[in-house]
Design a protein around this ligand. Structure first.
Ligand code: ADP
Ligand code: MG
Ligand code: ZN
Length: 476
């Protein structure tokens, strides 16, 4: 029997606000344990949470970017459970009334383009972190992370392969980073994903029993974990067994998923509306204001680059990988007026220099104006392609403009016939026997004369111009 995977992803994105969701504590990563805490995020008796407006604004942004319906009235609920990293004994989340529902994004894999549904997007607070001592039978708790704002994005079970799941994940990651509402750092946990997966016989409508995978901290691991889990469930089903509904952990070192706990049901959490927080009313004017402030999104930008600059799909993809890179490219293209050549230089030398130094485009020592100027100089024949290579390296090293480097290094290409003619005359006068042979029909000697002129100009002559002049002058 042939099985078809059914996958749905739950993504938690940490929002890039300065302070936590219900108090004024800092959200900065990496501070000494328990220094970013206060009575509110420690869950002391008698305290009251106050909602951070930025959290709502950022979530609305994401909802708009993913074509969701925004619920004008939405609110928070308590999700009750005990765990030592959760001082209140409940997590404040959204349950029956999430901020946004029923959206979608388009993703592309090797095989096809596809629309993946989004069931809901809601806001919630993060829990703290337990650190287990390897040498003593004790654990520590760091509550800096309690109350850090998260946005949860729940996909519809529309995904049908591990590759598609990775493509969907990349798309959402890219949107979040473009919107500048999440730093997208998977290693620090600012962008995490739980993957739900089940199998069903191909052609059957009804879904099978699913498992939920956790602990995957890279795109690659999400894909690997799903690939493994799909195979595992297939073996179980083919052997006539049943998949157990449970939460499984991805073990990166072994490359397997291992059972962690049986899956809890929503009713286990005794959700109820949080009486400390009022209903959130999102006004039409506010949503419109946010919509107007939205940046161009990656897919739209890619399309526009292809249309406006006539560059290939591949180039458009590379150049829009980040907003900063796209802005850099656009400025170079606009200033030099040669978009494809600009693309070659940015994707070639610039990205190579930056990769070698693990530098961000924002810290590129070559301003867009200098690169554009250099491209113009090649186009106008002032410098050769070979000189440009040397100039670009020097620009990267020193930040100097092409003009300054050209002057300092004497790199001007001789493209002026007036300057070349006397040199050619001298070469002809110095080599009378070769001239005689050439004129007598030994065409091969043309290259000899090109070489002599090049040598006389220390390689700086415009090769096309030498050719043209020599043809005329050697003919006599
Ligand atoms: P929970 O919050 O208990 O994990 P949800 O109903 O919110 O449950 O679903 C979570 C995710 O699981 C969603 O992304 C959804 O698309 C996906 N999902 C639900 N049922 C299945 C299934 N049978 N197989 C695969 N994914 C599923
Ligand atoms: Mg879940
Ligand atoms: Zn606090």
């Amino acid at each position: 029997m042939e099985f078809e995977p059914v996958i749905g992803l739950e993504i938690h994105a940490q929002l890039l606000t300065d302070s936590k969701i219900f108090c004024g504590c800092s959200t900065r990563f990496g501070a000494p344990p328990n220094t970013h805490t206060c009575p509110v995020c420690l869950g002391m008796p008698g305290v009251l949470p106050v909602l951070n407006r930025k959290v709502v604004e950022y979530t609305i942004k994401m909802a708009l970017a993913t074509n969701c319906r925004i619920n004008r009235e939405n609110g928070f609920a308590r999700k009750n459970y005990f765990y030592p990293d959760l001082p209140k004994g409940y997590q404040i989340s959204q349950y029956a009334h999430p901020l946004a529902e029923e959206g979608w994004v388009d993703v592309e894999t090797q095989e096809e383009k596809k629309r993946i549904g989004i069931i809901r997007i809601h806001m919630e607070e993060d829990a703290g972190k337990l650190i287990h001592d390897e040498h003593f039978p004790s654990s520590y708790v760091d509550l800096n992370r309690t109350g850090v704002p998260l946005m949860e994005i729940v996909s519809a079970p529309d995904i049908r392969s591990a590759e598609e799941a990775a493509a969907y994940l990349r798309r959402l990651h890219e949107i979040l980073v473009y919107l500048e509402i999440c730093d997208g750092n998977m290693e620090e946990g600012s962008f995490r994903c739980d993957a739900n997966v089940s199998l069903r016989p191909r052609g059957r409508e009804e879904f099978g029993i699913r498992t939920e995978l956790k602990n995957m901290n890279s795109f690659r691991n999400v894909q690997r974990a799903l690939e493994y889990e799909i195979k595992r469930q297939q073996y179980v089903l083919e052997a006539g067994g049943e998949v157990v509904q449970e939460t499984r952990l991805w073990d990166d070192a072994q490359g397997v998923t291992l059972p962690m706990r049986s899956k809890e049901e929503a009713h286990d959490y005794r959700y109820f509306p949080d009486p400390d927080l009022v209903t959130i009313a999102v006004s039409e004017t506010w949503v419109e204001e946010i919509r107007r402030g939205m940046p161009e999104l990656p897919l739209e930008k890619r399309e526009r680059f292809r249309r406006e600059y006539g560059i290939p799909v591949y180039d458009a993809g590379v150049l829009t990988a980040s907003r900063a890179l796209a802005d850099y490219y656009e400025e170079v293209a606009r200033l030099c007026g040669l978009p494809k050549i600009a693309s070659n230089w940015v994707m070639g030398d610039i990205l190579r220099f930056l990769n070698e130094d693990k530098r961000d485009i924002k810290d590129c020592p070559i301003p867009a104006s200098s690169l554009a100027e250099m491209i113009r100089l090649i186009e106008e024949g002032v410098i050769s392609g070979k000189m440009a290579k040397e100039i670009s390296e020097e620009m990267y090293r020193t930040g100097k403009t092409p003009q300054v480097i050209i002057e300092e290094k004497g790199l001007l290409q001789i493209s002026d016939a007036g300057a070349l003619i006397p040199l050619i005359e001298k070469v002809m006068a110095d080599n009378p026997s070769q001239l005689g042979q050439y004129r007598g029909g030994k065409d091969k000697l043309f290259g000899f004369f090109v070489g002599q002129v090049m040598k006389a100009t220390q390689g700086k002559a415009n090769p096309q111009l030498i050719n043209d002049l020599l043809r005329k002058m050697l003919a006599g």
